[in-house]
Design a protein around this ligand. Structure first.
Ligand code: PGA
Length: 253
C-alpha cells in the first residue's frame, strides 16, 4: 500500500496558546491515518504541540536546526535540544531559509547528517525558481541539489530522509504545480535517488509535493504515483483546511 506523509509547515505563525488549541483540535479528529500526519512548528511551540498531540499518533517537529551540537552560535537551536523535546521530524533546506537566511547545500548536508545520527527524520526541501523553470533547467537544478545535499550519506541513512519537492514559484503564491508537473518532478527525484543509491531506497522514499497544496487540489496531487504526500504551508494553519487534506490522503488508501 502507498505510504503518505501529510505535513503542515506553520512557518512563523501562531503563538503558544493558538498552537496548543490547534493540537488539541487536531487530535480530536481521530484520523485513521494519524501516523501519516505531522506538524512542523516554531521552536517555541514545540513543547506545547508535542504535549497536545500526545497519544494521537500524529508526529511533530521543527522547521530548522543547527548542525553543531553546542557552542557559540547565538540564536541557534541544536539537534540535542530537539531530541530532548522528542521531535519526530525537522525540515531542512526550505527555500525560504535558502533565500533569506544563507542556507546552502553544504549546511543542508551537515544538518541532514546530524539529524540522521539522532534518529530525527529530516524533511529535505528541494525545488527550482521560476527563472530556472522558464529556462527548462528544473531537472538539472533539482538533481544538483540532491547530489550536494546527500553527499557522503550512505545507503542506510539515505533511506531515512523524506524529500519534499517545492517549486519556489508555487510557494505561497496560490499557483500550484499541476498534478502532472508535480508528478514529473517527483518521479524524476525518485529516479535520481535510484541512481545514487538503489531502487529499493528510491521505491521506499517518501517524496512529497509542496506549494499551494490545499483541500481543493490535494486529491489530484496525492493520487499521483510518485507523490507520497504534501508539505503544506498556508492550508495547514486552520484545522479544517488541514484535516481535509489528511482525509483526502486517507481516502486514497
Ligand atoms: P504553501 O507553502 O503551502 O503556503 O505554498 C508550502 C511550503 O512552503 O512548505
Amino acid at each position: 500500500m502507498k505510504k503518505y506523509l501529510i505535513a503542515g509547515n506553520w512557518k512563523m505563525n501562531k503563538v503558544t496558546a493558538e498552537a496548543a488549541a490547534f493540537a488539541e483540535e487536531l487530535k480530536a479528529k481521530n484520523f485513521s491515518n494519524a501516523d501519516e500526519v505531522a506538524l512542523l512548528v516554531p521552536f517555541t511551540q514545540l513543547t506545547a504541540v508535542g504535549e497536545g498531540l500526545k497519544g494521537s499518533g500524529i508526529g511533530f517537529g521543527a522547521q530548522n536546526v543547527h548542525f553543531e551540537k553546542s557552542g557559540a552560535f547565538t540564536g541557534e537551536i541544536s539537534v540535542p535540544m530537539l531530541e530532548e523535546i522528542g521531535v519526530d521530524y525537522c525540515i531542512v533546506g526550505h527555500s525560504e531559509r535558502r533565500e533569506y537566511f544563507g542556507e546552502t547545500d553544504e549546511t543542508v548536508n551537515k544538518k541532514l547528517k546530524a539529524l540522521i545520527l539522532a534518529g530525527i527524520t529530516p524533511i529535505l526541501c528541494v525545488g527550482e525558481s521560476l527563472e530556472v523553470r522558464e529556462g527548462k533547467g528544473e531537472q538539472t537544478f533539482v538533481a544538483s541539489q540532491l547530489f550536494a545535499d546527500f553527499e557522503g550519506i550512505g545507503m542506510a541513512d539515505a533511506s531515512k530522509v523524506v524529500v519534499a519537492y517545492e517549486p519556489i514559484w508555487a510557494i505561497g503564491t496560490g499557483k500550484t504545480a499541476t498534478p502532472d508537473q508535480a508528478e514529473e518532478m517527483c518521479a524524476f527525484i525518485r529516479g535520481v535517488i535510484g541512481g545514487m543509491y538503489d531502487n529499493s531506497v528510491a521505491d521506499d522514499m517518501l517524496i512529497l509535493y509542496g506549494g499551494s497544496m490545499k483541500a481543493s487540489n490535494a486529491a489530484d496531487l496525492l493520487a499521483k504515483k510518485d507523490i507520497n504526500g504534501g508539505l503544506i504551508g498556508g492550508a495547514s494553519l486552520k484545522v479544517d483546511d488541514f484535516s481535509a487534506i489528511v482525509d483526502a490522503a486517507a481516502q486514497l488508501k
